[in-house]
Write a protein that binds this ligand. Sequence first.
Ligand SMILES: [Zn+2]
Ligand SMILES: [Zn+2]
Length: 295
Amino acid sequence: MTWPFWAIHVGCFAAFFTEFSWWYVALAFVGYVVRMFGVTGGYHRYFSHRTYSTSRWFQFVIAFLAMTSAQKGVIWWASHHRHHHSHSDMEDDTHSPQDGFWWSHVGWILSNENNHTEEHYVRDLMRYPELVWLNKYFLVPPTVWGVAMFLIAGIPGLVWGLCISTVLCWHGTFTINSLSHTWGKQRYVTTDTSRNNPILAIITLGEGWHNNHHRFQSSARNGFFWWEYDITYYTLKMLSWVGLVWDLRPVPKHLLDSHHESWIKNQPQHLQAIPQPRVVTAVPNIKPLAVAEEV
Ligand SMILES: [Zn+2]
Ligand SMILES: [Zn+2]
């Protein structure tokens, strides 16, 4: 069922036919940032990677918030993301850009062949009936969001707070599966094409440090160094100060060693020992890992 996806896109054009106010732009912006945090701090860093701990009730809150972004169920999302890390850029990766840029960006999520959930990846999440319920009725959170936008600002609220904000949030999120595996630099040796990209790190609240993340998935921060801004991590840190989350898992010290990068450069035989992702000649801008440059 892809028509709602396209209908929300078409709905954006209603902005040309309704009254304009910067207030509506602010509504779309706030809706984007709050829900992008739900995606990155919720779907990704909590449900997919369990990089911090929280209470059962706040777990439900962040699941609901994440799902207002209309990216299907939280268990479905985590299952596919864990699968991605198990098979990154290999034959079975669900959304590798080596199968085509647009496939990795949006094609895979619209394809019926990916509607299923591989439950063996998400047994830890399926222990919670409230998450299973939410996952099943995944249209409830975005519907509640849409109603809230309508109550706040009427029809322009739907256009800016629902349609435009959601479309931006979708494509911002999708860049991690497409652009973050094709555009940027690689600091660490990983068995995939993941990249670090400071521009993508802005629009995704820190997820653009994707090569860091593929190197060590269990850290609550994707910006490993102080200059790698990571709004999601800063927000999680603030939530920890008020006791809503705790046990934010750190980056292992050896990965922060500045000698690590030169060590990579001076050890080409080590690079050659790493299994290589598939290289499809139809996607010429993807370089095999062995010739990719480091930061
Ligand atoms: Zn990835
Ligand atoms: Zn991940």
